[in-house]
Design a protein around this ligand. Structure first.
Ligand code: NAD
Length: 385
């Protein structure tokens, strides 16, 4: 049964936009887009999402002239070549300043659409309809729109706000289990690092085993919006309070990169890697006597509850991870040290340690090595509670 769209106002510094969400609400989203009075809709999606949802794009368009720009699924399409091809197709099809770019897909079509909307005529209206949990609970809540360079991830980008975001949680039902859980790991990060008061409800949902029901997904989406906007409200560019969103990312990102070098696309999913990074961060905080055994246990309980094995993938070695950690992109935020990197560490659930106003602290590579060694030795049984 259709329910009325719920909405939340998202404010990121000077910028703000509404986020509407609900269940079985494609027609309501179509109504809202029709009210934008545009001349053309430019849908940006990927081939996999398009194969699943082409009829929904027709329902969203309501007869407004539309073009569909689609590419192969996956991170490898976040390139200048793909962006350039989409922009050229749109221009040749006759888009104008009155057109609206609509991302319909995960974070990859979302980032390509965001950059494209910002570039076309120095800025046309952008609407996000996220179809993955990562896109809905994370990337559309940020103004960051970036693609990858041949040298590295998210090197080419800008900040650009959508006119609105519309999410129908029913769309997440077709996500592969791995993608669903990957998004929920980022959501778990928000609870551990920002909103521990939401942990009881998260644990109840995990225990019920019903993560993919519309009711659970609606709560998870609402809680993600609440947690993420709490730290980005006054931090448009996510360079101050918003840095807490990097919890688990220093080591997690290094595990992800190392595993993808070893196993390609079969490597650990982004959210799972972040979950492992959070466990490493929690162990370091425990060693510093900042977190209690109980708080570390809560980390393990949530991470394993989301189906992540709490140990390094067999294809990844401690030294490789440390080599990538040394290049982490948060290095410029604190003074440079040869034997340490800035990381988000918790002094309690929801309480990051700060250096000045930044939720970052120097962590010695030796501390990270000890925590990784401990995790490499850990067996799932040893941490089950
Ligand atoms: N801007 C930001 O701040 C920010 C934040 C987080 C992530 N991101 C970016 O987002 C990307 C990751 O997002 P993602 O995981 O959504 O990637 P993605 O767009 O590649 O989607 C992942 C996979 O899920 C599939 N998929 C999407 N929706 C589906 C659905 N409803 N049913 C079935 N399959 C579906 C896609 O076809 C794809 O194969 C990365 O490039 C990351 O850099 C950006």
């Amino acid at each position: 049964m259709a329910i009325t769209l719920r909405s939340r106002a998202i404010r990121l510094g000077e910028q703000s936009f509404p986020y509407f969400f609900g269940e079985d609400c494609i027609d309501e989203i179509g109504d809202a887009i029709a009210r934008m009075e545009c001349d053309t809709l430019v849908f940006v999606t990927d081939d996999h999402v398009l194969a699943l949802y082409r009829p929904l794009l027709e329902r969203l368009a309501r007869g407004i002239p539309s073009i569909i720009l689609s590419h192969r699924p996956g991170e490898s399409m976040k390139t200048l070549a793909c962006l350039s091809s989409h922009v050229e197709t749109a221009l040749r099809a006759g888009v104008t300043r009155r057109s609206v770019v609509v991302s319909f897909g995960g974070g990859v079509p979302g980032n390509l659409a965001g950059l494209m909307a910002n570039l076309l005529f120095r800025g046309v209206r952008l609407v996000h309809v996220p179809t993955s949990t990562i896109a809905a609970m994370d990337s559309v809540l940020s103004l960051k729109q970036a693609i990858n360079s041949p040298v590295g991830k998210n090197h080419l980008g800008t900040y650009y706000a959508p006119t609105a975001v519309y999410a129908d949680v029913r769309l997440f039902a077709s996500l592969p289990e791995r993608e669903l859980r990957s998004g929920l790991c980022e959501m778990a990060k928000n609870c551990l690092a920002i909103r521990p008061e939401a942990l009881d409800q998260l644990r109840a949902i995990i225990d019920s085993g019903e993560l993919a029901t519309p009711r659970a997904l609606t709560w998870l989406l609402d809680a993600s919006i609440e947690a993420k906007t709490a730290v980005t409200r006054d931090d448009t560019f996510e360079r101050r309070a918003g840095l807490v969103l990097e919890y688990g990312h220093t080591v997690g990102h290094a595990i992800e990169i190392s595993d993808h070098r070893a196993r390609g696309a079969a490597g650990v999913a982004h959210g799972e890697a972040i979950a492992l990074g959070m466990l490493v961060a929690a162990h370091i905080s425990r060693a510093r006597e900042w977190l209690s055994d109980d708080e570390v246990r809560i980390h393990h309980e949530i991470v394993t509850g989301l189906g992540v094995e709490p140990r390094l993938p067999g294809s990844v070695g401690v030294e490789e991870v440390l080599a990538v950690v040394k290049d982490d992109n948060k290095k410029g935020y604190l003074d440079a040290r040869a034997d340490a990197v800035p990381m988000v560490l918790l002094r309690g659930l929801g309480r990051p340690e700060r250096t000045g106003e930044l939720p970052l602290t120097h962590v010695a590579l030796a501390e990270i090595r000890r925590a990784l060694d401990a995790m490499a030795r850990t067996t799932a049984a040893a941490v089950r509670v």
